[in-house]
Design a protein around this ligand. Sequence first.
Ligand code: ITT
Length: 234
Amino acid sequence: MKHLFIIATGNKGKIREIRDIITDPDAEVLSMREAGVEADPDETGTTFEENALIKARAVSALICQKTEDGTLSFDPTDTQIIVMSDDSGLVVDALGGEPGIYSARYLGYDTDYNYKMEQIMKRMEDVPEEERTARFVAAVAAIFPDGTEHVVRGTMEGVIAHSINGQNGFGYDPFFYLPEYGKTSAEITEEEKNEISHRGKAFRAMIALYHVWCAENGSLEEASKETSGDGTAQ
Ligand code: ITT
């Protein structure tokens, strides 16, 4: 059995990371565009989890339509489709949790991230070092092949730096300082980031849930094969 993970995102930085996080040999990862669908639903939820579900449901509905009308053809005896989404953001404690679920839209969706980060650093000029704590949060929602909905959350703790450093990652990474590395999350490698990131943790937790679902729903052989090796879900 093949597992086709369709990722409901238009964010290239997220997709690049998710491809490296989902390493199952039987898994194929497609962005929604690669699967031939495009959805940009209004993120009207008040939590990361609600917004993740809104995105996953919108793409899942389009995928269902395409499989019904035959424009997305796959053999259901050989392939299972799982739609997954990621709603994420930066939560800054000294700013009462801003920008939070509005991270992408903060100061305008298309505004340069250097400007967004500079503005946040300016707002935090008088904030003492020990109060500059922040975290990245990712809620990952998935719609499994039987239509059941699942949501998990991952976080990565850090500190808002006083300057912008690093070229890796995307978005707010260049001013998100990781004390244990002495670097920002844009200065560590993508591999290192995926190990510790909100997104890495949430997607690995979701894949583990999916393996349990497979075991309970007849893809037992597959599930045991995928979780074998070092015994941990990848
Ligand atoms: P989709 O909705 O299409 O997935 P988006 O970029 O609009 O793309 P979100 O609404 O989830 O996604 O907003 C997430 C924003 O949070 C993202 O655009 C960044 O500004 C920030 N963000 C999330 N994860 C990040 C990370 O790992 N590194 C840096 N910034 C991150």
